[in-house]
Design a protein around this ligand. Sequence first.
Ligand code: GRF
Length: 225
Amino acid sequence: MTRKSKIVVLISGNGSNLQSLLEGCHSKIINGEIVAVVSNNPHAFGLKRAKTFGINTLVIDENNYKIEKKTFHEKVYEAVKQFNPDLVILAGYMKILTKSFISSFQDKIINIHPSLLPKYPGLNTHQRALTAKDEISGATVHFVTEKLDSGPIIIQGEVPIFPNDTEQSLRTRVLEIEHKIFVATTSLICSGKIKRADDKVFLNENLLGKQGIKYDNSIERMLKE
Ligand code: GRF
């Protein structure tokens, strides 16, 4: 077994994705250790979740840097950098990272997005899928690049949309698949099975297509190998 990857997770809110990562590390599905959780929001419930697991938490309250936006981003950078992480995970982090942050952690930042990218980058994904009368939605984990929600896709998990769905019911269903694909991706990265080179992603040295891995039971089996 290789050494555990050092992971820093950035959050802004509830932190249900963080919870699944904390549990994934605890149960050793992920060969990694969350060394810190950083939040821009002092009231983020995810901070409590991290503390329950005894994880270091840091708050960079953006309200303290309303005028000095640059300082806010520098503080976030410093907060993360001090841990020298192998992987930086955006788990519902609602701020846009600076170019210098992204280049400092080249190939090491992943994000989860609640749609089947490239469909619906940005906000209000569930309402947009309902308005478009889509029959399928889902979530995407991708490497982060300077272009918002557009980096190389690692994995996607699909869920059905039912005729009586509301934004809330769809959000709940998508979140369930988010938790699964986020743990799966993190596990595969920490075990060295997923690698990135420029805009390409490889699973066990095999080049993935533009939509990445389609999540199914075979991925769960791979995690146990
Ligand atoms: C998730 O839907 C994630 O995809 C999006 O923000 C939400 C965060 O949820 N970026 P949580 O804080 O992990 O519960």
